[in-house]
Design a protein around this ligand. Structure first.
Ligand code: SF4
Ligand code: SF4
Length: 370
């Protein structure tokens, strides 16, 4: 048995099913119902893949949140990236971004139309291209949550120290705690607990969720991505509800420290500062993003290339915004599995491997329509 198998053990999963049933009954006997949100796209994917919802008692609902960085990127950002590509800049992006709809088109279609758009697994690709093509401007699409910022900034740090002149970032960095605060404040949502994003937590630390527990009474559990991690996480959330006491339970201590990763935090603080940014389907959330500090403006694609990211136009029939807030399940979008499927995504939630719609289509719905 390898390390991963230990977290997928079926006997242990069966025991969690029994425990969750007992706790769920105890909670129901108190008249309780609980809605927990898994924030992270990787949790969403694992929950769909391992049919975790089948393990939940009737008194517990698990909804997906805005935890996929691709899904929450505003269409106006895609529009700006396409415009830069059409101006002759070399665009470098993580692969999932290629098929995300902007207001009118996608990066994949722009590449077919002649734009030089490279998909990459690592930001270092942008640095290599900048060195290989000193006569061209390279723009890296810097999207992501706290997890992705540090590797992107490490690449930028190398470029700055090496005085690479032709590399910029089009930033759309987003922060998890402010969006969770916005979801808690939404009167239409009633979230009782967060299954906190594992990798983000490794950077920001488990303590970052304390205000949600201490001030808002929302249960928080930091959990890993394996099925037993998630089941254990749900058990922890339910136990907090039954005890009537919200706290931050770090069940992923094999990776996450209370204070997070100080080195990554210092790198982020050095290059970036908070800004109000727009989330696809959720609108502008105060101080929910990070942008380059003014002293690093020469690495900022917007100021360097005289471009401002404008709000984009959403497909009016796509309900990604409601999916990202956990208000509806993907199958409740009338386009799910009909006009919108992984081969022909109409919204980012169907594009991304971490998107709720894509995960539900691939695993939960068996790839068939509603
Ligand atoms: S970046 Fe990490 S924490 Fe965020 S959705 Fe992806 S896997 Fe989850
Ligand atoms: S099914 Fe497609 S159109 Fe509907 S919410 Fe999901 S991604 Fe958007």
């Amino acid at each position: 048995m390898n390390y991963i198998d230990g977290f997928r053990n079926q006997d242990a999963a069966a025991r969690y099913r029994v425990t969750l049933a007992q706790l769920g009954q105890e909670w129901a006997d108190q008249g309780g119902r609980a809605c927990f949100m898994e924030v992270c796209g990787s949790h969403t994917m694992a929950i769909a893949r391992f049919a975790i919802r089948d393990f939940l008692p009737p008194s517990v609902t698990l909804v997906s949140g805005p935890g996929c960085p691709v899904c929450v990127t505003d269409p106006g950002y895609i529009d700006a990236a396409i415009e830069l590509a059409m101006q002759g800049k070399i665009i470098v992006t993580f692969g999932d971004m290629m098929r995300v709809p902007g207001s009118r088109s996608t990066l994949a279609k722009s590449r077919a139309a002649g734009g030089w758009i490279e998909s990459c697994y690592s930001p270092v690709t942008a640095l290599e291209l900048a060195r290989a093509h000193p006569d061209r401007e390279i723009v890296f699409l810097a999207i992501g949550f706290e997890t992705t910022m540090a590797p992107v900034l490490a690449m930028l740090d190398t470029a700055r120290r090496a005085a690479i002149p032709n590399l910029t970032l089009l930033t759309a960095f987003k922060l998890v705690p402010p969006v969770l605060a916005a979801l808690i404040a939404d009167p239409e949502l009633k979230i009782d607990g967060f299954l906190c994003p594992a990798h983000v937590s490794a950077v920001i630390g488990a303590h970052a969720y304390r205000p949600f527990a201490d001030t808002h009474g929302v249960a928080c559990v930091v959990a890993g991505f394996e099925p037993l991690d998630i089941l254990h996480g749900v058990e922890g959330l339910l136990r907090q509800k039954i005890a009537g006491h919200a706290t931050v339970d770090n069940q992923y201590s094999r990776v996450v420290r209370p204070e997070g990763n100080r080195i990554a935090q210092r790198l982020v603080d050095h290059y970036l500062m908070p800004a109000d940014v727009s989330w696809r389907g959720l609108g502008v959330i105060p101080a929910s993003g990070l942008v380059l500090r003014p002293e690093f403006a020469r690495f900022d694609a917007e100021s360097r290339h005289g471009l401002t990211v404008q709000p984009g136009r959403l497909n009016p029939h796509c309900l990604c915004g409601e999916v990202l807030k956990g208000k509806i399940r993907p199958v409740h979008c009338s386009l799910f599995g009909v006009a919108c499927h992984p081969e022909h995504p109409l919204g980012p939630c169907m594009v991304s491997s971490e998107g709720s719609c894509g995960a539900e289509y691939r695993f939960a719905s068996g790839g068939v329509t509603r």
